[in-house]
Design a protein. Structure first.
Length: 299
């Protein structure tokens, strides 16, 4: 049976390198499920695969849309399933990797139908965002749906907006509409998550942020600054530098905030993954054994 192999894990856990080696070993391709790497104008700050990495294995859904485009998890599910139908005509396995658990789940399990939201409700949430910013939406969602608040990317305004719209429209928690019912796919799914010691992961995150700055993240953020109000840019690595450009903090403080917010994001990713018992946890050192087992199972 055709098989989708998922390689997940927190940010800076080595998913890209692991997935490339796995794709090469299995002679297949990679689907990115990192919603920040979709945008072609955001390369350094999203740790997107380098030109060298892209040349080692064919990647899909990397830099395929613009920060100006509206693209959500439903769009991704539709595009990914359509692409998988084509890829499985010539490949027995396909690797999918990324840190966006919601997008991985959409492909593996389908997404729940959400209620329609009236324009005045959408305007109410937009006004909350405009008047009170990200913090105001975080507080509102924590009050209205603490369960979803605990696992959502709290730095992603679109995710917060969507959840609040449903809460206000229905008077019920957004999480109550997430049924957890799985859509039956016509391919098998094997899911792995990369496990790191907490302190080791923190050190990797800090090193990667320093490397991003050396690679030109400051210049990349400066080029995006005129469009800083776009949802795509209200994300870790950019919004902290925008605050520096606005004179709110020093460059050193902005870089430290990037590290702190990235650590917090990694913690939320781990929370999301641990709630899913279908993942097999492995360390990067398990690569050879994982490939050997997969080859036997897929033979």
């Amino acid at each position: 049976m055709k098989t989708l192999i998922v390689i997940a894990g927190p940010t800076a856990s080595g998913k890209t390198a692991f997935s490339i080696e796995l794709a090469k070993a299995l002679n297949t391709v990679i689907l990115s499920a990192d919603s920040r790497q979709f945008y072609k104008e955001m390369s350094i700050g999203t740790a997107a695969p380098t030109e060298d990495e892209l040349s080692q294995a064919k990647h899909y859904f990397v830099h395929h849309i613009s920060i100006e485009d509206k693209y959500d998890v439903a769009d991704y599910e539709s595009d990914a399933i359509q692409l998988l139908d084509e890829l499985f005509k010539t490949h027995d396995t396909v690797v999918m990797t990324g840190g966006s658990g919601l997008f991985i789940d959409a492909v593996c399990n389908g997404i729940d139908a959400m209620p329609d939201v009236e324009p005045e409700i959408r305007e109410k949430v937009e006004k909350l965002y405009h008047d009170e910013g990200l913090h105001g939406m975080q507080e509102a969602l924590q009050r209205l749906d603490s369960d979803y608040y605990a696992i959502v990317d709290q730095q992603n305004p679109r995710r917060l907006q969507r959840a609040l719209e449903v809460c206000y429209q229905t008077g019920k928690p957004f999480s109550s509409f997430r049924s957890g019912e799985t859509v039956k796919r016509d391919f098998a799914i094997k899911k792995y998550a990369l496990l790191w010691d907490r302190q080791a992961l923190i050190e990797r995150i800090d090193r990667r942020v320093d490397m991003m700055m050396e690679q030109g993240l400051l210049e990349e953020a400066k080029a995006r600054y005129p469009k800083r109000d776009l949802n795509a840019l209200n994300t870790v690595g950019y919004k902290e530098l925008f605050a520096y450009f606005d004179g709110i903090c020093t460059l050193e403080e902005a870089v430290e905030q990037i590290k702190i917010h990235t650590r917090q994001y990694a913690k939320r990713q781990m929370t999301w993954l641990r709630k899913d018992s279908s993942y097999q946890w492995i360390t990067p050192e398990d690569f050879d054994n994982t490939v050997s087992v997969l080859r036997q199972e897929l033979a």
